[in-house]
Design a protein around this ligand. Sequence first.
Ligand code: GAP
Length: 442
Amino acid sequence: MEKLVSLAKRRGFIFQSSEIYGGINGFWDYGPVGVELRNNIKSFWWQRMVRLRDDVVGVDTSIICHPQTWVASGHVASFSDPMVDCKTCKGRFRADHIEAIPCPQKPSLTVQACAGDKKGPGELTEVRQFNLMFETFVGALRDDSARAYLRPETCQSIFTQFKNVQIVSRQKIPFGIAQIGKSFRNEITPRNFIFRSREFEQMEMEFFVKPEEPEMQKWYEYWVAERFQWFQDLGIKPDKLRQRVHSQDELAHYAKGCVDVEYQFPFGWSELEGIANRSNYDLSQHIKTSGKDLSYFDETTKEKYVPAVVETSLGVDRTLLTVLADAYAEDVVEGEERVVMRFSPAVAPYKVAVFPLSRKLAEPAMALEKSLRKRYVTDYDDVGSIGKRYRRHDEIGTPLAVTYDFQSEEDKQVTVRDRDTTKQERIAIDRLEDYLKDHLKL
Ligand code: GAP
């Protein structure tokens, strides 16, 4: 993890938020290559989940919505984690994670070892529940009537807008509504870099089906398989992915069943995505609380019912951490150790880097890079030796690097170097676009 965090900063993937003020725990900023990687991951999801399907449509809803939404969903009453305070160091910790959280004052000990096992001076309070929703006030008043929440999940507005979206999109059940957007949770102990943060982005899809067991089960199994495959198509190593079925006692208050897709992170197997059978809990709750009819009328069978839901829900940031961890490799090239990010071309921040061998060749090399920009995200790099530029782009994960040299002026060819094999080939400039297309498959 330390190597990954250091590379993420060094190459401009991720910075600590508000670093100049000492940072703010649980918040992160994405740099120039981080934002490209992030956008590529989101596009990869949107393309597969919305654009390539005729049974899923997209929405983009507001972060703050009517506070009754969170009463209906159950979040005001029960979206909480167990918390303990240490009476000695005044630290505040998630009670079910103390066996893994280092003590702030004695980082060689976990909080549990420092307090529970009496190896250290720590003394913990009783466990109590802490609601994770961030509160704010809408308008000029600061009283209960103005209290609102930053959404802790994106899906609730999909439920409250279900009827509007179904009507305008002319969709018939079964169909889904997808959304990518920011969510906020006041996590007691944010940790493991961007794995658990207080501001993050989710990619969620709610698939509405007839509330009958065989139909629910069919779609539940379909979405577990489809989502598991998606990670492999993203380029994640299959042996680092697994599915884990939730036991009854760990199910969220709305769920009848849930399967997590887990990844073997440097800190162990952890949840990446949840695929849940939410039954018709959410729509029923919103019908009850708002008094509005959100049921569905089947024109063919003339049946009216409240649809049940299979949800697929994953974090953009957690997926990005997975992509970073999975791509990270160290090897030896020409007797020199290098770090290389073996991103699949679809998610790599830059697809091609263009280097002039000398700054005297800036004009034609820049012209070449500009011509490639129309199709690919490229980077023009003229700083340091060619070897240094290769190393830099290996760490950014750029699949191909094109060098324009003095010979290029004569023979109208350039050298293309492959990030993974480090093999170099001379390619005619007028064939370069076809070559890139063949190799990047984009
Ligand atoms: N709508 C269902 C829902 O939100 P969840 O298991 O609480 O379910 C879904 O969250 C996904 O959102 C997780 O699998 C994870 O990828 C991401 N996620 C949740 N909390 C997060 C946090 N604090 N930081 C980063 N990602 C988070």
